[in-house]
Design a protein around this ligand. Structure first.
Ligand code: 5GP
Ligand code: ZN
Length: 141
């Protein structure tokens, strides 16, 4: 499991203290800090201290710790910034807009009609991918 610090990873460098950040929360397994190019005030990032590139390879314990910290920080941002809403965003791969290959949640406060492009048009209709059906059948209880 890829938990060693990755020497080419900017977020590992932040964890190691080699690159500065505006830290807002830290515990044994996670770190939260302000995003360097925020969309709105309060936009920050939550990462596991261990290096995992994506949700596809992160250890269950690390994703649980990161989710717990993301919920804690989201509540703090909501109370401080009083946005119109808040997204937790987690991207995996370039097609999903991931630019830093170290698993992270964006804690992303929103404003009404802010034009952020993740608000796609809602079109009704369930479209399961047929290739996923065997997986559903094996994992449902
Ligand atoms: P992604 O595009 O992977 O979903 O998000 C990566 C985020 O990391 C971006 O919003 C970007 O602004 C932020 N980021 C990249 N490098 C640094 C850095 O050195 N320090 C901080 N604080 N944020 C960074
Ligand atoms: Zn890393």
């Amino acid at each position: 499991m890829p938990t060693e610090a990755d020497t080419n990873c900017i977020f590992c460098k932040i964890v190691q203290g080699e690159v500065p950040c505006f830290k807002i929360f830290e515990d044994r397994e996670t770190l939260a800090f302000m995003d360097i190019s925020p969309v709105h005030d309060g936009h920050c990032l939550v990462i596991p201290k261990a290096h995992f590139a994506t949700v596809f390879d992160i250890a269950p314990r690390a994703v649980a710790a990161a989710a717990r910290t993301a919920a804690l920080v989201a509540k703090a941002v909501d109370q401080a910034v009083k946005p119109d809403g808040l997204n937790l965003i987690q991207a995996n791969g370039p097609g999903a807009g991931q630019s830093v290959g170290h698993f992270h949640f964006h804690v992303f406060p929103r404003k009404m009609n802010d034009g952020v492009a993740i608000n796609w048009e809602r079109v009704c209709g369930i479209r399961p991918a047929p290739a996923m059906v065997p997986w559903f059948l094996n994992h449902s209880t």
